[in-house]
Design a protein around this ligand. Structure first.
Ligand code: SF4
Length: 491
């Protein structure tokens, strides 16, 4: 699949006390498909004829609609009234990646336990080495398996205490769903890097990475899981209709929400970190327009276009602000995106990216010809796709092409659950952060990014200090094991 955007490692979903648990989870994962498109899985809990808990699991590589294309899987295999599910981004094809598909299920001293995780545990290598030295045998190369071993090896007898103890040992980012024989847990790291929410459908409770997974299930959004909170849902909660929770720590922790969730990752119809993503994305577009406007040199109407679909909302905000500021402009659909991409057949002399861009996008020539065009995009990672897009737009003979990006240049990798290419592949890094060099590389008439201060001004009301911006600034809010990715994901 052609993409030059950061990829999130995952989306999680869970439901407790619903006779349609597998179907609810299927729809939930569907809505969260953007958080991981390469593999997915669902585990449900049912009771056997001896009234003993049984965990039923189905997972595979591919989109949710492909992995669960046979409805019998949902109705005959994934039976029971509680479930968790997971969407994963991974390197497809390797046997490692198949083993790494979540949820993971184990049977241990206190019964069955399944886990699904979004984020990166930054001390996973250290914890894993310790566990291996104590005799633990790992089945996967995933950092999530570390959590399973920590819970299973706990000397405590109470399951809530075991989970709390295990999660207290983790550093980095985690939004986790855990299903046991009689409980559903939803937990978020103390910094609150990744989103996680609680919802309700009739008497049953639902948890999900984003609220769009509630909407598809016509469930009600109750609240976000607090940073550092472990929410516990069981039969008592269903009876009383009030969730229970414990905190990971007594002390108040500084929050570090991933600002990239607003820029690109979350769906605009979701509510994340206390805000509607749509509102935040429009705000980014407005700030971009007021700080980095474009004016047609002949006083003609500007044509503003988005790179569909991820920058649509931001482009709306951008053009609206230009209009407010008295700049003659029009929001147009200048790029058409195909959602149905199969195999590409590369001819000699053609570049893979060029073919990929042409198969994914086409131009509306009449909209772009002889016009000053502003392309609004949310981020530029390698720059290779953007360069090909500019080339494609040039073929429509516009007067000028201006590129506006609603985030600062990405200079550093993420260690909290977003997957960027290596530092060396980031175009901003290759050009040493010099925007004029990136402009020349992309072949545009002007290029402007939001500065870090401008980006943070969009979250002024929520406290700028409550957001992680490490991929732009290089300032990591936690200690980072820089060998982490290599050791955990590339063994
Ligand atoms: Fe988000 Fe960037 Fe921080 Fe990663 S480094 S959590 S992508 S802001």
């Amino acid at each position: 699949m052609l993409s030059d955007k950061p990829k999130c490692h995952c989306g999680v979903f869970g439901v407790f006390g619903n006779s349609n648990a597998s179907v609810k989870t299927y729809y939930g994962l569907h809505a969260l498909q953007h958080r991981g498109q390469e593999a997915c899985g669902i585990v449900t809990k049912s009771l056997n004829e001896k009234n003993k808990s049984v965990f039923n699991l189905h997972k595979g590589e591919g989109l949710v609609s492909e992995v669960f294309s046979d409805s019998k899987i949902l109705h005959d295999v994934l039976i029971g009234n509680s479930a968790i599910g997971h969407n994963r981004y991974s390197t497809t094809g390797s046997t490692e990646s198949i083993k790494n598909i979540q949820p993971f299920v184990v049977h241990y001293r206190l019964g069955n336990l399944a886990i699904a995780h979004n984020g990166n545990i930054s001390n996973a290598k250290i914890l894993r080495d310790e566990l291996v030295n104590e005799g633990a045998i790992f089945q996967t190369t995933s950092d999530t398996e570390v959590v399973l071993h920590l819970i299973a090896r706990s000397k405590l007898d109470d399951q809530v205490a075991q989970i709390k103890e295990a999660l207290q040992k983790l550093e980095g980012a985690f939004s986790i769903a855990i299903l046991t024989d009689d409980k559903l847990f939803a937990a978020r790291d103390s910094y609150g890097f990744r989103p996680l929410c609680i919802g309700k459908k009739n008497n049953s409770f639902i948890i999900a990475s984003e609220t769009c997974a509630f909407d598809i299930n016509t469930a009600e959004f109750l609240r976000e899981v607090e940073p550092g909170e472990i929410v516990i849902i069981d039969d008592e909660v269903i009876a009383e209709q009030k969730v229970k929770s414990v905190m990971l720590r007594e002390d108040k922790f500084e929050q570090k929400h991933c600002i990239f969730e607003y820029i690109y990752f979350s769906r605009p119809d979701s509510f994340v970190f206390g805000n509607n993503v749509d509102k935040m994305r429009r705000r980014l577009g407005k700030i971009l327009a007021s700080k980095h406007p474009v004016i047609d040199k002949d006083g003609e109407k500007l044509i503003v276009i988005s790179v569909p679909d991820s920058s649509n909302t931001c482009a709306l905000g951008y053009q609206r602000q230009l209009e407010k500021d008295g700049i003659n402009s029009k929001l147009e659909i200048g790029l058409i995106r195909s959602h149905y991409i199969g195999r590409t057949f590369i001819q000699p002399g053609q570049e893979k990216r060029e073919v990929g861009v042409r198969i994914k996008f086409n131009i509306v020539k009449g909209v772009l010809e002889n016009r000053t065009v502003v392309i609004v995009d949310d981020s530029v990672v390698r720059g290779t796709t953007s360069k090909q897009l500019v080339k494609l737009i040039r073929s429509a003979d516009p007067k000028e092409i201006h590129f506006r990006i609603s985030s600062p240049p990405i200079m550093h990798p993420c260690y909290y659950g977003m997957d960027f290419p290596s530092r060396e592949e980031l175009v901003a890094n290759k050009c040493e952060g010099d925007i004029s060099k990136i402009k020349d590389y992309l072949g545009v008439d002007s290029l402007e990014y939001l500065t870090l201060d401008e980006l943070l001004s969009c979250v002024e009301e929520d406290g700028k200090e409550n957001f992680c911006t490490a991929c732009f600034s290089g300032v990591y809010p936690t200690e980072v094991d820089f060998t982490f990715k290599k050791d955990i994901y590339e063994q």
